[in-house]
Each structure stands twice: as structure tokens, then as C-alpha cells.
Design a protein around this ligand. Sequence first.
Ligand code: BES
Ligand code: ZN
Length: 460
Amino acid sequence: MLERVLQQIDHDLPASLDRLFALLRIESISTDPAYRDNVRSAADWLTAELAGLGFDASVRPTAGHPMVVAHDKDGATGPHVLFYGHYDVQPVDPVSEWKSPPFDPKLDVVDGRKRIVARGAADDKGQLMTFVEACRAWKAVGGGLPAKVSILFEGEEESGSPSLVPFVKANAEELRADVALICDTSMWSRERAAITMMLRGLVGEEITITAADRDLHSGLFGGAARNPIHVLTDILARLHDRDGRVTVPGFYDGVDEVPTEVRSLWDTLDFAAASFLGSVGLSEPAGEAGRSVLEQIWSRPTCEVNGIVGGYTGEGFKTVIPAKASAKLSFRLVGDQQPERIREAFRAFVRKHLPADCKVEFADHGGSPATRLPFGGPYLAAARAALTDEWGVEPALVGGGGSIPVVGDFKRELGMDSLMVGFGLDDDRIHSPNEKYELSSFHGGIRSWARILAGLGSQA
Ligand code: BES
Ligand code: ZN
């Protein structure tokens, strides 16, 4: 049966691509309220697709953007899996840097390889459609699904998933499965699949520093008046020492060294730091001294300034001492670092360095701890075998630098582990202009899920 499913996938690829393009045309930017109806359209579109495949599918309202929940009606036996993906996307700016319009998907050919170019192509519409299309193929050949499948699609992942935990809590019985399948991560390389075993956590903070009660003339007051941009940049500059370590007291509490088994596993991966950085126009690792690039992105915590505003930034020139300056920061967490403790430690650090006459306000942009999955169990074994069959080489067991907080939420709220298998590549430009997903990722991804479902089914 599996052979017929795989043939069906190959045969149906052009139609699968058409369906993905239809989803990519929907401008589902979750963070911008102007796109609220578009986000809803993407949820409706997915619900209709899943209903057409014989799922009991519905759009489920939340305080924010809706969830899509679907349960296969075939009554398959075998383990119960919950597939999770997100149908929202990041904003497209700077839009002028896109070579083709972000919501008008194109199939481009670069170095003889075909790629799907559009916002969301890789993160995460292309990836979630690999699973939907795998289900379609199983059903098309008359086999039904080899495992009991439920699906949860979220529309707020790119804006911090504010409704996810309340929704999971309120629908725990309905959503609980034996294992969650998540397709929102990367491959090891174009030819080798990966299973992601650990991801970093995240803390988002925004700080605003104010000094005088109005903008001031920088000649009249300059030299005497406190400048909040100077105060802000001084504090931001103090956050790292010369070796790239974060200086906030207590920041490294709960940060462990990578266990030797994991480190030796990583040593077998032929990670090319030079080409990783070279692919984005950089040459020198800028993180913590004495750590490999792989460690810097997978197993070390960070503090990054993501944006900074203050004073006059318009055309021309204005001699002003502004009344306020602000910055947005994110911390990537590892090990047992606690998001709320990191937030408090950061706030205490800022207050400590705040001079007289300045005030600071903080805004909380959410947080989630790091994720580590157990190296073992039947589902991981089934996925490893299936991916080996598809790609002809064992999948790499990797870490990842990004954050997928739902993994921790599923564990905490439902006691459910996740299996993270994704087909993105490091050069997919997720969150950047000209995002792409390789056709080989899409095609190989569909075939991989078809095989993983078969493997999970035989676990029954
Ligand atoms: N798919 C990414 C996370 C990711 C990227 C995992 C690359 C592994 C490799 C996800 O959509 C994402 O961007 N998440 C945000 C976090 C969210 C809370 C805003 C992130 O990591 O910044
Ligand atoms: Zn994503």
C-alpha cells in the first residue's frame, strides 16, 4: 500500500502545488490587525480542504485569531497523533526588497532547482501542507489513514500564540493524543532529513526610557540635560562583556553544558560554520568566545536587541534631545532558564543602571522555556526509520535556535511529547524578503509524512 501512496504523491504533485499556492495567496499576517479577515480566510480555506478529505473540521474562535481543529472520521486504529502547524505568517516588510510580490507565489528555478517563493512558503504553510497532502494521498488510494489523525492549525504563532494555552486547556480532552507531530523546523541539508530534539525558549521585552518632560533644543540644554538615547544605549551596551557573555546577574542560572552523548552526536554532524555564516554575508562568529557556532545557536542562551527607536529619524536634521527612547529585546533560553526570572533579572539590571531623572517602563512580550525531547521511544524510532527510507540516509538528530513554544505547552497541559520533523533549509529566508521553500522539500516532505504515518500505524 505504501508504494501506491508514494506513486500517488508523485503523480499528484502539480495539483498539490496548486493547492499550496492557493493558501499562499491568502495574506494571513497575524500581528497586523489590518489583516484580520485574511487570517480568517486562511482558517476557512484549511477547514474546507480538511472537510473535503473526510475530516470533521471546524474553525474555532478564540480571543484572537481562530484555530482550525480536525479529526479524521475514518475511525482508523493505531496510535492517535495530533499534527500541529501554523497558518499565519510574518509581515512582509521591507516589501521593496521582494523580487516578486510576497502573496503572488512563484515557482522559480535557481541552479537547476525549483523553489516556491512567497511569504509563508516555508514558515509554515508549505510545511503544514506536506502533512495535509500526505493524508490526501493515503485516502486517495483507498487505504484510509494508517493512524488516528487529529489536526490543530494555529493562526497566531508568529505573534506569540496568546490564545494557544487557554485553547489547549479548554479543549484538553479533545486535543490530547499519544504524540504531537510538528512540521515547523529544518532539514540538516537538502539531501538529509532532521529530527529536532531541542529548541531554545524565548523572552520578549520592550523598554522605554524617559528623561525631561519634553523634547529639548540640544544647544540650549545639551551638556546639562540627560539624553535618554545615551542612557538606553549605555544600558544596552552593558548587557554583554568583551567575551560575548550576558552580564545580567543570574542570567546563566539553569544553563547546563550539553551532555557528552549529545555533544558526540553533534560532532558526527559535518556542520560547516563558514558556509552557514557565509550564506548571509558574514565571516566571523560573533557570539560567546570559546563556543562553536553550533553551540552558539543550539545550546547557548542569548540576548539580542531587535529594534531601537528614539529622537528625530526623519528627513534632514534636527538638533534635539528627545524626551524618550525605547528598544525591543529578545532573550533565547536554554536548559532550565526560567522566562519570568530572566525578565525580572533584566528589569533589575536596567533599574540598577538607570541614572537620576530617568524613568523606565517595561512591556512584557511573552516568554516560553526551552524545549528538550527524550531520545527514545517508539514514535522517534518510527520516524527515524521512515526518514531513512525516504532520504537514503539516517536523519540527523539536531538542536535548533528558534522557538516553538507549543512543544512545551503540549507537554505541560496535555502530558504529550512532540516529534519535530520539518523540511525547511537554513537559506529559506524565513521572516525575510523572498522567503522560499524548495520543491524538493515540499515533495520529499509529503513522501516523508506518508512513510511516517505508515511507520506510526505499525506501532499499534
Ligand atoms: N518556525 C519558526 C521557529 C524555528 C525556526 C524553529 C527555525 C526551528 C528553526 C517559528 O515560526 C518562529 O519563528 N518562532 C518564533 C517564536 C514566536 C514565539 C514568535 C521565533 O523563533 O522567533
Ligand atoms: Zn514557524
